[in-house]
Ligand binder design. Structure first.
Ligand code: NAD
Length: 482
């Protein structure tokens, strides 16, 4: 048995032993085999990382580096990601079980995140403000915040980390990242590539470890200017309380239970494909999963038949195999959580039309069958709570009024899908749905240029687009008596 690879923290541009001397195993969820041992971070490691980030921010002056140069470095990082895309795709597939096919797709667009913010780096500026007093000149400046703490989940480590890292660096901040304990590998590689691109040591630091230890220590650190968090609503709520009490900002990208609504005038084969991709991509482990489907009663049977037939034919197996369509859940606890929710659905009176069992994907991993629940309604926990797995609840509706009410009857407000050929209805629905992103006749479209925000318990603050850069700066107003 070859010895497991060990990864340390990445602090101040160097690999650093954890202060505790302890490591924990990360496992390939498709095979259950141990992949590598990651450093178990604690408050002492966070202390070192924040100090390194603070030093890089203040001296030798990342904050004062020309904006053109910052943009240049971001572009180089994008190029390096592109050059290493095959290795990154394999690493993340092995670490969290996402299909290699999906990872290759993600890696083709990931450099765009860096190119987009590279282009914005030299367009961050304040304004001249004319006031009624001609004697006094007033102008504003946009300043970087300082050290940003970025805490990310396991379901899409590279993309979700880049959504924070690229705009934070673009605005002149330095960053300490605490990736999920289940998926440290690609985030560490990203930090290494940032150094190679020419970012100063300490501009990008990674402390690996558990939420309650390294994550909590990062949130509590007195020198942090902001926390940018993506993860569950429960953790986000705790972080919101901690940051609010210290008057520092937070961007929170949280959970979802998104509705996908199919009207009678929709192209039903297209809608069925959208429903399947909406819930079963990444084995349902996406915040935007279309986990609640509302189908107009007149097309309910046809849609259900198409979606069920497709769900039954989905090929479960090795995520490295190009022909596989559904990989594993990311770890054992997540597989058990999904199984627990399906059992709960049964006890609540739901009927399992398709799936409903764990699977081993031929590799002994943490797989779960694509599952469709019917005879469900909004009073059931399986319809109200985020399952974060390949489990779809599908319900009929009769009127537009009714479906707006049903779709909005949730604590979440992340995303929604609408399938219709009626343009007026599309606009009406887009306006009335309480969700930060609304897709019409498509699902999952996303780009670094397009802002996204979770409404209600799905989050606070904007990611992507130009808006997010503002969230990584502070606005200063300067008055000069001429
Ligand atoms: P999680 O909240 O359990 O963990 C997220 C991160 O927070 C991890 O790095 C974890 O170690 C850390 N953490 C946990 N407790 C902490 C604490 N007390 N203090 C500081 N850090 C702590 O979430 P998860 O299970 O890793 O991710 C799945 C969730 O993420 C789902 O709810 C999903 O919807 C959400 N998500 C949201 C988006 C979005 O853009 N809205 C995107 C992807 C995932």
């Amino acid at each position: 048995m070859p010895e497991l690879r060990t990864s340390q923290h990445f602090i101040g541009g160097r690999w650093v032993e954890p202060a505790s001397g302890e490591y924990f195993e990360s496992t390939n969820p498709a095979t259950r085999q141990a992949l590598y041992r990651a450093a178990r971070g604690n408050a002492a490691d966070i202390e070192r990382a924040v100090a390194a980030a603070k030093k890089a921010f203040e001296d030798p002056g990342w904050r004062d580096l020309s904006q053109t140069r910052r943009g240049h470095l971001l572009r180089r990082l994008g190029d390096l990601i592109a050059a290493n895309s095959e290795e990154l795709a394999h690493m993340e597939t092995e670490d969290n079980g996402k299909l290699l096919r999906e990872m290759r797709g993600q890696l083709t667009t990931l450099p765009e995140y860096y190119y987009y913010y590279a282009g914005l780096a030299d367009k961050i500026h304040g304004d001249f403000i004319p006031t009624s007093d001609r004697q006094v000149l007033n102008y504003t400046a946009r300043e970087p915040l300082g050290v940003i703490g970025a805490i990310t989940p396991w379901n899409s480590p590279l993309t979700l980390t880049s959504s924070k890292l690229a705009p934070a660096l673009c605005a002149g901040n330095t960053v300490v990242i605490k990736p999920s304990e289940y998926t440290s590998a690609t985030v560490l590689k990203l930090a290494e590539l940032a150094l190679e691109a020419g970012f100063p040591p300490g501009a990008v630091n990674v402390v690996t470890g558990f939420g309650a230890e390294a994550g909590q220590a990062l949130v509590d650190h007195r020198d942090l200017a902001k926390i940018s968090f993506t993860g569950s609503t429960a953790t986000g709520s705790r972080i919101a309380a901690a940051t609010a009490s210290r008057f520092i900002g937070s961007t929170l990208e949280l959970g979802g239970k998104s509705p996908n609504i199919v009207f009678e005038d929709a192209n039903i084969p297209n809608a069925a494909r959208g429903v399947v991709a909406g819930i079963f991509a990444a084995a349902g482990q996406t915040c935007i999963a279309g986990s609640r489907v509302f189908a107009h009663r007149s097309v309910y049977d046809e849609l259900l038949e198409r979606v069920s037939e497709r769900a039954k034919s989905i090929r479960i197996g090795d995520p490295l195999d190009e022909t596989t369509e559904l990989g594993p859940l990311a770890f054992e606890g997540q597989r058990d959580k999904v199984a627990g929710y399906v059992d709960l659905g049964r006890s609540e009176g739901a009927r399992v039309l398709v799936g409903g069992h764990p699977a081993d994907g031929g590799l002994g991993g943490y797989f779960y069958e694509p599952t469709i629940l019917v005879d469900v309604d909004n009073s059931m926990r399986v319809v109200r709570e985020e399952i974060f797995g390949p489990v779809l609840a599908i319900m009929p509706f009769d009127t537009e009024e009714e479906v707006v009410r049903l779709a909005n009857d949730t604590e979440y407000g992340l995303a929604a899908g609408v399938w219709t050929s009626n343009l007026s209805r599309a606009h009406r629905m887009a306006a009335r749905l309480d969700a930060g992103t609304v897709w019409v006749n498509t699902y999952r479209a996303m780009a670094p240029m397009s802002p996204r925000q979770g409404f209600k318990a799905s989050g606070v603050g904007v990611e992507h687009g130009t808006e997010t850069v503002k969230e990584y700066t502070r606005l200063k107003s300067i008055w000069i008596n001429t």
